[in-house]
Design a protein around this ligand. Structure first.
Ligand code: B3K
Ligand code: ZN
Length: 885
C-alpha cells in the first residue's frame, strides 16, 4: 500500500544495471503459516556501468530479512540499509556472493503476485515486478541469471514440486517432507521465474522437434480436471509445429510444463519451461466449455508457447519495451489462429475488438503510445494498446515488407539478440537490416499515441480516364502529446467497376498495372494517388483486411455499401461494408429516438441481411459475423456523446425488425443446423464452430419474435445437447427473454448441475450480469451473495462485476448513477487486497468524457470518492488520478 504519492518512472532515465547476477540459487521451505526463502546470488559489477563500486540496491517488499551474508561475512543491521522496498549494501569487491534468508507469507498473499496460494497449491506470478516479493533481488528484465531452485514441502500435501528448467535431484527430508531441485540452463530475468507445489495430476504427451529431439509435455491440474486437458494439449502441439514451420523456431528444453490454477490475475504466464495458466485458459471439454472458450484456449496456449522465443530467449531491456514481446507475440498468435481456423473470421473478431476497446483506450485519459514514455505502476500498462495495437504495428511491418522479408527480419532478430534483453528499436533495426526498408518514419507508431483518422476523397476524370484518391491523415491530441507527425499508413485497396469486377491498378508513371489489390504506403499529412486506364467511375474498396489501425472515412452511399457487401473480393471488407451500412442505419434510428420520433428502419438493412442469409456459398461463420449488428459499446465508441438509452433502443428495434422480416430464412438456417447438432457428437473444429455460431445467432433473433415454437426450440436446445456452446447460448437467450418461468427454471437447473464447476459457474454469472433487462444492478448485487461467488477470485470478479460494467451498458449507465457507485464500491473493496484487479475494473469509469454532463458529473464524483477513500495502491491511484486530470 502507498504511503506517499507514487513516483513516475521515465523511459528517458533508463540506465544499465550497476551490478549483474550471474547465478541465482534459491531454496524454498514451504509451510502452512510462512515460507522461508534462501537466496545465494553470485554477483559482479557490470563492466558497462563504469568504474568504482557504487552501492548495491536490491528490490524487496513484504518480507522479513532473517539473515544476510556478503561472501564470508555475516552482515548486521549496521552493515545495510533497509526500507519497505529496498535493501542497500556496500560491496567491497567487483565480484561477490550475497546470501540472504527471508520469511514471506504466501498463505495470506491476496494480491496474487509473487508467491501465493491458490486453493491448496502454492504458485507464483512474477511479471512484471512480483519477484521482489519473494526475495531481495535486482528485479529488472535486463538482469539475466542462471537459476537453480530447490523446493521443500510436506510430501503428502504437496507431492508435486516444480520450477523452471529440468529436474536434477529430489529426495525425502524429515517430518514427512520432501524436496526437488530444478535447474534452468537458460539465463533469464526474474520475471520468468516460477514455482509450483501441490497435489496435482498431469496429462502427458511428447513432441518431436524439427531436429528430432523429443520433448516431454505435461499439463498439471487438480485431479477433478484431468478430463479437461486434451484440447490444451492438442493446441500446444499445433503451436509447437507452427512455430517451427512459420518462424523456424524450435523448443529448447527437454520438458515443457503447464499448470492450471484457479486464482490468477490474468490469462496465463510464459515462465521458462513452466507456464502457469488461469484454469479458464486451459480446461475445456464439450460439456463445460463453449466454442469461444475452446478458441480462446488455443490462442492463449499458442501465445504463451510463442513467448519462449519472442519474450524469453530474447527479452525486454526495460518495461517500456513491453510491446516488443507482447505486440509481436499477439501478432504471432493471431496468425496461428488464422491458419488453424478461418483467417477472415479471425481478422473480423480482432478488428471488432480493437475498434471497440483499444480505440476507446486510445481516446481516453490513460492513452499512451505502444512504447510508453512513463508510468507509475507498470501493471497498469499491460494494455490493449501495448498488446493489440502493438500487434497491429507488427502486422503493418509485415504488410510493408512482405512475408519473405519479414521472416528474414525475424530470423535476424532472434539470431542477433538471442540471450539478450533488448528494445523495440533493436527489433526495427533487424527488420530494416534484413529488408533494406527504412522504417525511421514508421517508428512513430511506437512513440505517438491516439488513433489516426484517415479521410479519403475521390475524383474521377472521365476524359483522362484517371481516378484520384486523396488521403488526409490526422491524429487527435492525447495526454502529453498535443501535436502529432504523420504516420506511415499502409492502405491496401482495390477498385470495382459497375459489374463488381476488380480493375487492374496502375498508378500514374508506372509502366504496367500491379494486380487488382495493392498496398499504398501513405507518409504525408495529405497525399494523392492517381490511377490510370480507368474507363468508368469505379467504387473503391479501402483498407482491405484492415491494413492499418485507423478510423477511415469515405462518403459511401448505402447502395454502394450493399454493392461492396456482395462483390468485394476481400472478405474482411465485405463484412466491413455490412457493418458500415448497419452503423449508418442504426445512427439514423438513434437520431430518431433522440428526437422523440417513431423509429423507422431503412429496409436496405433487411435486404442486405436477406441476401447474406440466402447465400449458401458463404462460409457459415461469415454469415454469422455478417448477421451480427455492431455492438452497443462500439456504437458508443464512435458517438460524439454516447447516448446509451438511444443506442440500446435503436439496436433492439433493429433486432426485432430483422427477426420479424427475416423469420423464415432465420428459422430455416436454425433448424438445419440444429438438426445436424442433434445428430453429431461435439467436435472442436473450425467448420463446426461456424455452424454453431450461425445456429446460435439465428436463435437469438428468432427469440425476439416471442413465438411459441421458438421458445420450444430454445428449451429443447437447452435440454438436449452434449455441449456448452448450445446449452449456454439457449440459456442466455432465455435470460434475455420475457419468459420468466422458463428463465428461472433454466438458471436453477444449470446452477444445480454445474455448481461444483467454478468455470461453468463463471459463465452462469456472466450471462445474468450482461442481461440488459431492467433491474440489472439489483440482480448483480444479489448474485454477489451466491455461495459460488467470491470477490477474492479474479475470474468471479470479471464474470460478474466486469461483465456488468463492460457489457451491460444500459444498466451500468443508469441515469441515477447507481451503476457507477456500485463499481466504485467494488474497486475500493478490491484495492484492499488485490490492487491489479481493482485497477483493471476501473476502465469503464475512465471513459467519462463520452457521456452527457449529468453522467460525467456522477462518474467524476465516484472517481473523487475513490481518491478520498483512504490509502490507495499505486495501481488504483495512477488510473484514478490520470482520469481526473
Ligand atoms: N506476460 C504475461 C502478462 C503478465 C501481466 C503482469 N501483470 C502474459 C502474456 O502476455 O503472455
Ligand atoms: Zn504475452
Amino acid at each position: 500500500m502507498r504511503t506517499e504519492q507514487p513516483k513516475t518512472i521515465y523511459l528517458k532515465d533508463y540506465q544499465v544495471p550497476e551490478y549483474l547476477i550471474d547465478e541465482t540459487s534459491l531454496t524454498f521451505e514451504l509451510y502452512e503459516d510462512h515460507s522461508l526463502v534462501h537466496a545465494q546470488l553470485v554477483m559482479r559489477r557490470n563492466p558497462e556501468a563504469g568504474p568504482g563500486l557504487p552501492l548495491l540496491v536490491l528490490n524487496g517488499q513484504n518480507m522479513e530479512l532473517l539473515s544476510l551474508r556478503l561472501d564470508d561475512r555475516d552482515l548486521t543491521a549496521a552493515d545495510y540499509l533497509l526500507s519497505p522496498s529496498e535493501l542497500t549494501v556496500q560491496p567491497d569487491s567487483a565480484s561477490f556472493t550475497l546470501d540472504s534468508t527471508v520469511r514471506i507469507h504466501p498463505e495470506t498473499n491476496t494480491a496474487l503476485e509473487g508467491l501465493y496460494k491458490s486453493g491448496t497449491m502454492f504458485c507464483t506470478q512474477c511479471e512484471a515486478e512480483g519477484f521482489r516479493k519473494i526475495t531481495y533481488y535486482l528485479d529488472r528484465p535486463d538482469v539475466m541469471s542462471s537459476f537453480t531452485t530447490t523446493v521443500s514441502a510436506d510430501k503428502q500435501r504437496y507431492p508435486v514440486l516444480l520450477s523452471n528448467g529440468n529436474p536434477i535431484a529430489s529426495g525425502d527430508g524429515d517430518n514427512g517432507r520432501h524436496w526437488a531441485t530444478w535447474q534452468d540452463p537458460f539465463k533469464k530475468p526474474a520475471y520468468l521465474f516460477a514455482l509450483v507445489a501441490g497435489d496435482l495430476w498431469c496429462v502427458e504427451d511428447t513432441f518431436t522437434t524439427m531436429s528430432a529431439r523429443e520433448v516431454a509435455l505435461r499439463i498439471y491440474v487438480e485431479p477433478e480436471n484431468i478430463d479437461k486437458c486434451q484440447h490444451a494439449m492438442d493446441s500446444l502441439k499445433k503451436s509447437m509445429r507452427w512455430d517451427e514451420e512459420v518462424y523456424g523456431r524450435e523448443y529448447d528444453l527437454d520438458i515443457f510444463m503447464i499448470v492450471a490454477v484457479n486464482d490468477f490475475n490474468m490469462g496465463a504466464m510464459e515462465n521458462k519451461g513452466l507456464n502457469i495458466f488461469n484454469s479458464s485458459a486451459v480446461l475445456a471439454k464439450a460439456e463445460t466449455a463453449t466454442d469461444a472458450a475452446h478458441q480462446r484456449i488455443e490462442g492463449i496456449l499458442a501465445h504463451e508457447y510463442f513467448h519462449n522465443w519472442s519474450g524469453n530467449r530474447v527479452t525486454c531491456r526495460d518495461w517500456f519495451q513491453l510491446s516488443l514481446k507482447e505486440g509481436f507475440t499477439v501478432f504471432r498468435d493471431a496468425e496461428f489462429s488464422a491458419d488453424m481456423n478461418s483467417r477472415t473470421v479471425k481478422r473480423i473478431e480482432d478488428v471488432a475488438y480493437l475498434r471497440t476497446h483499444q480505440f476507446a483506450e486510445d481516446a481516453g485519459p490513460m492513452a499512451h503510445p505502444v512504447r510508453p514514455d512513463s508510468y507509475m505502476e507498470i501493471s497498469n500498462f499491460y494494455t490493449l494498446t501495448v498488446y493489440e495495437k502493438g500487434a497491429e504495428v507488427l502486422r503493418m511491418i509485415h504488410t510493408l515488407l512482405g512475408a519473405e522479408a519479414f521472416r528474414k527480419g525475424s530470423d535476424l532478430y532472434f539470431e542477433r539478440h538471442d540471450g539478450q534483453a533488448v528494445t523495440c528499436d533493436d527489433f526495427i533495426k533487424a527488420m530494416e537490416d534484413a529488408s533494406g526498408v527504412d522504417l525511421t518514419q514508421f517508428k512513430r507508431w511506437y512513440s505517438q499515441a491516439g488513433t489516426p483518422r484517415l479521410d479519403v476523397r475521390e475524383a474521377y476524370d472521365a476524359a483522362a480516364q484517371t481516378y484520384t484518391l486523396t488521403f488526409k491523415q490526422s491524429c487527435p491530441a492525447t495526454p502529453g502529446q498535443p501535436e502529432k507527425q504523420p504516420f506511415v499508413i499502409p492502405v491496401e485497396l482495390g477498385l470495382l467497376n459497375a459489374q463488381g469486377v476488380e480493375l487492374p491498378l496502375r498508378l500514374q508513371g508506372e509502366a504496367e498495372a500491379l494486380g487488382t489489390s495493392r498496398v499504398l504506403s501513405l507518409t504525408e499529412a495529405e497525399q494523392s494517388f492517381t490511377f490510370v486506364d480507368i474507363a468508368e467511375q469505379p467504387l473503391p474498396s479501402l483498407l482491405r483486411g484492415f491494413s492499418a489501425p485507423v478510423k477511415l472515412s469515405f462518403p459511401y452511399s448505402r447502395d454502394q455499401l450493399m454493392f461492396l457487401m456482395q462483390h468485394d473480393s476481400d472478405g474482411f471488407n465485405r463484412w466491413e461494408a455490412g457493418q458500415q451500412l448497419a452503423v449508418q442505419i442504426l445512427q439514423e434510428l438513434i437520431a430518431q429516438h433522440q428526437a422523440g420520433k417513431a423509429l423507422e428502419l431503412d429496409q436496405r438493412l433487411i435486404a442486405a441481411l436477406r441476401t447474406v442469409l440466402e447465400n449458401d456459398q458463404l462460409d457459415q461463420a461469415m454469415v454469422a459475423e455478417m448477421l451480427s449488428l455492431p455492438g452497443e459499446a462500439y456504437l458508443a465508441e464512435i458517438s460524439e456523446v454516447a447516448d446509451v438509452e438511444a443506442i440500446h433502443a435503436a439496436r433492439e428495434f433493429a433486432r426485432k425488425q430483422i427477426a420479424a422480416e427475416l423469420f423464415e430464412p432465420l428459422w430455416a438456417r436454425y433448424q438445419e443446423n440444429r438438426a445436424i447438432s442433434r445428430e453429431r457428437a461435439y467436435v472442436a473444429e473450425a467448420a463446426e464452430f461456424a455452424r454453431r455460431a450461425l445456429q446460435n445467432i439465428a436463435l437469438s433473433y428468432l427469440m425476439e419474435s416471442g413465438k411459441d415454437e421458438v421458445l420450444a426450440a430454445c428449451l429443447e436446445q437447452f435440454e438436449q445437447t452434449d455441449n456448452m456452446t448450445e446449452r449456454l447460448h439457449a440459456m442466455a437467450v432465455l435470460v434475455n427473454s420475457p419468459f420468466e418461468a422458463e428463465k428461472a427454471a433454466s438458471l436453477a437447473k444449470f446452477a444445480e448441475h454445474f455448481k461444483d464447476n467454478p468455470l461453468v459457474m463463471d459463465q452462469w454469472f456472466s450471462v445474468q450480469a450482461g442481461s440488459p433487462l431492467p433491474g440489472g444492478l439489483a440482480r448483480v448485487q444479489q448474485l454477489m451473495q451466491h455461495p459460488a461467488f467470491n470477490l477474492k477470485n479474479p475470474n468471479k470478479v470479471r464474470a460478474l462485476i466486469g461483465a456488468f460494467a463492460n457489457q451491460n451498458l444500459i444498466n451500468f449507465h443508469a441515469a441515477d448513477g447507481s451503476g457507477y457507485r456500485f463499481l466504485a464500491d467494488q474497486v475500493i473493496a478490491l484495492d484492499g487486497f488485490n490492487p491489479q484487479i481493482a485497477a483493471r475494473q476501473l476502465a469503464p469509469l475512465t471513459r467519462w468524457r463520452k457521456y452527457d454532463a449529468t453522467r460525467q458529473a456522477l462518474i467524476q464524483g465516484e472517481l473523487k470518492r475513490i481518491l478520498a477513500s483512504g490509502e490507495l495502491s499505486a495501481d488504483v491511484y495512477e488510473v484514478v488520478s490520470k482520469s481526473l486530470n
